[in-house]
Write a protein that binds this ligand. Structure first.
Ligand code: SF4
Ligand code: SF4
Length: 142
């Protein structure tokens, strides 16, 4: 999804549930991002490293995780003559209504500022990413 002007992919936000954990350590090995540590009987997820893949949940033998299914959104992706990985602006989105508000704000920004035939990343570079991010945060919070 990061190749797209506006990229959306599904994700799973995870929260460890201590009472159901049997301390097997499988989730630590399952996490490819190195986001999980297991020490003194506690599982800790480092949020900045988590990519919401849900592998820890799927690997857990006792389903010792609470989960929220949602969306990860990125902006300004390009793949072709120019390559640019779409970048996130806002955190994980848990509800669809918020996702749609963010999408609407993105499309509106594009309609107002893009030159004919211009890919979104080039619009952002020309107009200023900060200006766009302001609009996206408004939509996210509003
Ligand atoms: S959701 Fe994925 S990245 Fe996040 S802690 Fe679980 S396995 Fe690691
Ligand atoms: S895989 Fe599940 S049971 Fe095993 S340590 Fe992780 S949370 Fe606990």
């Amino acid at each position: 999804s990061e190749e797209n002007d506006l990229g959306i992919k599904g994700g799973i936000q995870v929260k460890w549930r201590e009472e159901d954990c049997i301390q097997c350590g499988v989730c630590v090995k399952a996490c490819r991002s190195g986001a999980i540590t297991h020490a003194d009987g506690k599982i800790t997820v480092e949020e900045s490293k988590c990519n919401f893949c849900g592998r820890c949940v799927k690997a857990c033998p006792t389903e010792a995780w609470d989960t929220v299914h949602g969306y990860i959104v990125s902006f300004g992706g390009l793949f072709g003559n120019s390559i640019h990985k779409g970048e996130p602006v806002i955190p994980f989105i848990a509800d669809k209504e918020k996702l749609l508000k963010v999408c609407d704000a993105t499309v509106q920004f594009f309609a107002e500022h893009a030159n004919a035939g211009e890919r979104f990343q080039f619009t952002l570079e020309r107009v200023g990413r900060e200006k766009f991010e302001e609009k996206i945060w408004e939509a996210y919070n509003g």
